[in-house]
Ligand binder design. Structure first.
Ligand SMILES: *Cc1c(COP(=O)(O)O)cnc(C)c1O
Length: 521
């Protein structure tokens, strides 16, 4: 009892120790699977039972229950609302996931994408009725070609990795046209590359030859030159710039010259274009093909597997091989889709998608580009780099920057500062308790215990400071060997999960028998 006569709440219970009866934690609501809360008898629709109606199903009426969960309307609304609250989003807080460029998505884009003239059209409509949409694709294509100084662009690829596939299929087609399709089979890929690069090369029938990184986190030029000594079988190189260490490849012009001299093509992974828009044009660097992740550079919400859009720009050398369909404008001002591999597209390697690409994302990207203007796009790139360097500068005294000097759009740290027994994953999990989605961990592979932090360019200094304060305090605990970090997160609805098992043996289908067992693990 205190002086007011009310009982005093105990102040020493650790949050981790509190088990609630409901399963909810504070205002974070517990939610079971649909199948666990629904019953076949319940429905959200209120229809009168038909009276005296004979079945007209001709003897094929369902004999067993579908087993689908039925919910009342409020149950359904709450289910999805509760799930949505378990989702971390850029609209909720700073999203430091490196390599992914989580951009703020201006609401204006959404308004534009929902205009009936864009939102309600169908890809099979006669072209005469969708001239505005074709014009929009053409206008966006012009922006992308201008920003990259590349003469051609394929708009249809539906993600970054799909753009890589587009680029390498064009390279393969060009090699076939040169009569070297069977000879030039070796694709050089730096060891710091995003996993999609070697996967794409292998998918297109190339063998992957790994190039080492040097101490500065860039391509080791001596290793590259050694790999090019025997060059008859070299198809090209796949280089990311800025690379996955968050660094600009300073030797990129020389790399382009070397690969061209060897008879190969230069594929640039442009997923990190956000850091250099308006500052550097990849066409000036000798690039032959590069995908642009619209969802990482020109907004659009992404994550959770979609949506993505990966238009791929091409040099003159590869332009004849771009996939159909593409938009052209005839002399009379009419936009036209070239859909067949003949006539003006006779050298095209073919088609990658059923229709024309991610139309909704084209609208969002163009809205973003037009509302920023050329100067605004450049400013966004500069702010992305500034924010990352601010984080690096604020944390470099307590964490270990992986490389010396300024970074581009993401700051990379190794785990060198942690005490024995404390690992990158412990730091990442402790960030969850602070209300942040963790940074990218253990990637790129060339840095031990890597922590790759990419703040969005729209974050304010106050928000960056709040994040840095939280991470700095965790880093100090990690350096001191505070092993309470090993138990984090303490405040999340779920603690540490067996992520390897979840990835290797995902339980994708609900069955009444095993949910309680799986849920308990
Ligand atoms: C994101 C990313 C990709 C793949 O892009 P998706 O749109 O996810 O397919 C490829 N390379 C790099 C460097 C990336 O960051």
């Amino acid at each position: 009892m205190n002086s007011t006569g009310r009982p005093t709440a105990p102040t020493s219970v650790s949050a981790a120790a509190i088990e609630t009866i409901s399963g909810s934690r504070g205002l974070l609501q517990h939610e079971d699977l649909l199948f666990e809360i629904g019953t076949p008898e319940t429905t959200g629709v209120d229809l009168p039972k038909p009276k005296g109606l004979k079945s007209r199903l001709g003897g094929v009426a369902r004999k067993v229950d579908t087993g689908l969960a039925g919910l009342s309307e409020p149950q359904a609304v709450r289910h999805y609302m509760r799930l949505s609250q378990k989702n971390y989003a850029i609209d909720l807080g700073l999203f430091p996931l490196g390599s992914c460029t989580m951009k703020h998505n201006p609401r204006l884009n959404e308004k534009m994408a929902r205009l009936p003239g864009f939102g309600d059209i169908h890809p099979l409509q006669p072209q005469a009725t969708v001239q505005g949409a074709l014009q929009l694709i053409d206008e966006l294509a012009t922006w992308l070609k201008t920003l990259t100084n590349m003469p051609s662009v394929a708009m249809s690829p539906k993600a970054g990795a799909h753009g890589e596939l587009c680029g390498l299929l064009a390279i393969r087609q060009a090699l076939i046209a040169r009569g070297e399709g069977d000879v030039r089979k070796r694709m050089l890929v730096p060891e710091s590359a995003h996993g999609t690069n070697p996967a794409t090369a292998a998918q297109c029938g190339f063998t992957v030859d790994e190039i080492k990184a040097n101490k500065r986190g860039r391509v080791d030029m001596a290793d590259l030159k050694a790999k090019l000594e025997k060059s008859e079988d070299v198809a090209g190189i796949m280089l990311t710039n800025p690379n996955t260490c968050g660094l600009f490849e300073t030797d990129i012009r020389e790399i382009a010259d070397l690969i061209h001299k060897a008879g190969g093509y230069f594929y640039c992974d442009g997923a990190n274009f956000n850091a250099i828009v308006g500052r550097v044009r990849p066409g000036d660097l000798g690039v032959d093909a590069m995908h642009i992740n619209l969802h990482k550079t020109f907004s659009t919400p992404h994550g959770g597997g979609g949506p993505g859009s990966g238009p791929t720009v091409f040099s003159d050398a590869l332009a004849p091989y771009v996939p159909v369909p593409f938009v052209t404008k005839d002399d009379d001002g009419i936009y036209r889709l070239v859909e067949q591999v003949d006539g003006e597209a006779s050298e095209s390697f073919g088609r990658m998608v059923a229709f024309h690409g991610q139309m909704g994302m084209f609208v969002r990207a163009l809205a973003y580009i037009l509302s920023h203007g050329a100067d605004g796009l450049k400013q966004a790139a500069e702010d992305a780099v500034l924010n990352a360097n601010y984080i690096q500068a604020r944390l470099k005294h307590v964490m270990s920057p992986a490389f010396d000097g300024y970074c581009m759009h993401e700051a990379l740290f190794s785990d060198a500062f942690t005490a024995d027994g404390i690992e990158t994953i412990d730091i990442a999990k402790a960030l969850i308790d602070e209300g942040y989605h963790p940074m990218t961990m253990y990637f790129p592979l060339v840095v031990h215990g890597a922590m790759l932090i990419e703040p969005t360019e729209t974050e304010s200094k106050a928000e960056l400071d709040r994040f840095c304060d939280a991470l700095e305090s965790i880093a100090r605990r990690a350096a001191q060997g505070d092993d309470t970090l090993k138990g984090a997160p303490y405040l999340a609805p779920m603690r540490r999960l067996d992520e390897t098992r979840a990835a290797r043996k995902p339980v994708l289908k609900w069955t009444a028998e095993d949910t309680s067992k799986v849920a308990a693990e």
